[in-house]
Design a protein around this ligand. Structure first.
Ligand code: ME8
Length: 508
């Protein structure tokens, strides 16, 4: 059995999650479900990033004690992931003691290796990114933070630094030799371009307690705490038992794919591999940086205050329409403009007209003509279906492996369209009138088999909807395994229609 270790970023608990966070977690959930259906052993890791200045100042702003504030916001992530049916295997919090121990051990080890030193720093600081910038870097970025483009403030501080620069040649060579390490290609090129044009500065990995006290105590000097990013990145190893549980670590490490947004590409494509290299730990197989959801061409973010509230949207269109929209509307490498109208258009066309209509009218006919009991003599796939279902069977996995969700869904919806056309072309009401009952039975059996298979393929995208389809079809066990998504696996149907899967939403 193959193992599949997949991670989301760990999200800051300075505010509740929004559609952007939901997007990354839904991508990972879709992949995790797909891999489980393919028979892999999956470890899906997510969690929350709970230290640092940003979180501490959010707690102060809310007038709350920090740990209480953090616990409360973390609860909002739990709640949303449950609503969205996110099937993570482990949730890590950076305030948990075993994670803190790993961070301390790593810093101690890197200190002993000579990769950490103390020096006075004079430059600029971006609070939202918790990042230091040299005067040259700020000048090159036209006076702002080169990550978030916000204003930076001057800072002079004694701190501990990690020798990133020592590994810059190694990283370049590694990336040249492993061009699929950073995906998609545009992000790989961005990192390579950055390394070609910049000398890597060493990374400041401490903050004096006099300025930031909410963090893991720096093991080499108790006047400091660990820089939040250095702490956060290590969650990916601490969550699988690094230096504590050798068997668990060996079972899961390295991650097969780490999903992030492109905002945190540099942290994951530069700091992270160098940290692992310095520790002598192998690198993740793929870092995949997806694009941004924007609103009116601006990145959706907590600080810009233009976030789309996932709860309102779930209320309006339902969980699966939201999951489907996010996975269908844009390719994971691209940016997308979010609008309620676009979500409703998708729901009305793909989900209500195509899928929902197919399921409703097929089950309606099965009940009307056969009291819900349908079977076939030979169970042969109609020739009208053959091509679309063959293509689905052959092409789906390839698309999923490349995170081409649109491509995978195109194959599925081609089958749905073929089945809808089959109904229109066959005119079953005519068969009924002419008393061609056997023919009508074969026709309905083919549709029910087609729907069952299609629901199997859609399961990773819309689990709740597919459960409902399976229930209506009378599929007694969970058909969530690739081996079941084949023609004529179910011989006899006893169906029970429920209300339409996706009622159309009319907008005034
Ligand atoms: O950066 N579009 O946490 P964070 C798409 N704690 N994805 C978006 C998005 C948008 N508009 N906004 C957020 C952090 N995301 C760190 C990570 S990991 C060791 C530490 C998603 O709460 C996307 O995955 O700011 C992005 O990278 C992440 O949320 C940032 O979440």
């Amino acid at each position: 059995m193959n193992k599949f270790y997949i991670t989301t970023p760990i999200y800051y608990v300075n505010a509740s999650p929004h559609i952007g966070h939901a997007y990354t977690s839904i991508i990972c959930d879709c992949l995790a479900r797909y891999k489980r259906a393919a028979g892999d052993q999956v470890y899906y890791l997510t969690g929350t990033d709970e230290h640092g200045e940003k979180v501490a100042s959010a707690a102060a702003g809310a007038g709350q004690e920090i740990q209480a504030f953090v616990d409360n916001v973390k609860g909002n992530f739990d709640d949303l992931w449950q609503k969205l049916n996110i099937t993570y295997d482990f949730f890590i919090r950076t305030t948990q003691s075993d994670h803190k121990e790993v961070v301390k051990k790593v810093i101690t080890a890197l200190g002993e290796k000579g990769d950490i030193y103390k020096t006075k720093y004079q430059g600029f600081y971006c609070m939202p990114c918790e990042s230091f910038w040299t005067p040259t870097q700020v000048k090159e970025a036209c006076g702002v933070c080169s990550l978030c483009k916000r204003e930076v403030g001057p800072i002079e501080e004694e701190n501990y630094f990690f020798r990133l620069s020592k590994y810059s040649q190694w990283l370049k060579k590694y990336l040249e030799d492993n061009p699929s390490f950073i995906q998609p290609k545009i992000r790989y090129n961005e990192v390579m371009g950055f390394l070609d044009n910049n000398v890597l500065a060493d990374l400041c990995i401490s903050r004096p307690k006099s300025r930031v006290s909410w963090g893991i105590e720096f093991p080499l000097d108790s006047d400091y705490v660990v820089y939040v990013w250095f702490d956060a990145l290590l969650n990916y190893i601490s969550a699988v038992g690094y230096d504590v549980d050798r068997d668990k670590f060996n079972q899961w490490w390295p991650p097969d794919i780490q999903l992030i947004g492109k905002d945190i590409l540099r942290h994951h494509a530069i700091f992270w591999p160098i940290m692992l290299k310095a520790l002598g730990v192998s690198l993740p197989k793929v870092i995949f940086a997806h694009g941004w959801w924007k609103v009116d061409e601006e990145k959706m973010s907590k600080s810009k205050g233009n976030i789309v509230n996932p709860y309102t949207l779930i209320e309006d269109v339902g969980v699966d329409a939201l999951r489907y929209f996010l996975l269908r509307e844009i390719a994971p490498g691209a940016d997308g403009n979010f609008s309620h109208q676009a979500v409703i258009n998708r729901l009305n066309s793909d989900l209500a007209n195509d899928l929902g209509n197919l399921v409703y009218r097929t089950l309606n006919m099965a009940e009307k003509y056969f009291e819900g009991k349908v079977s076939s003599k030979d169970g042969v796939i109609p020739f009208e279906f053959k091509n679309a279902f063959d293509v689905l069977g052959k092409g789906y996995a390839g698309c999923m492996e490349k995170l081409d969700f649109g491509g995978a869904l195109d194959f599925v919806f081609d089958c749905i369209k073929v089945m809808n056309k089959y109904i229109e072309d066959t005119k079953p009401w005519g068969l009924w009138k002419e008393k061609k009952i056997d023919e009508l039975g074969e026709f309905l059996y083919a549709l029910l088999e087609g729907i069952r298979i299609v629901a199997g393929y859609l399961y990773s995208f819309m689990p709740q909807t597919c459960h409902s389809v399976f229930r209506q079809l009378g599929v007694d066990k969970e058909v969530v395994n690739f081996s079941e998504w084949k023609w004529s696996r179910k011989k006899v149907y006893s169906v029970k229609k429920e209300k339409p899967l996706f009622p159309r939403i009319e907008i005034e």
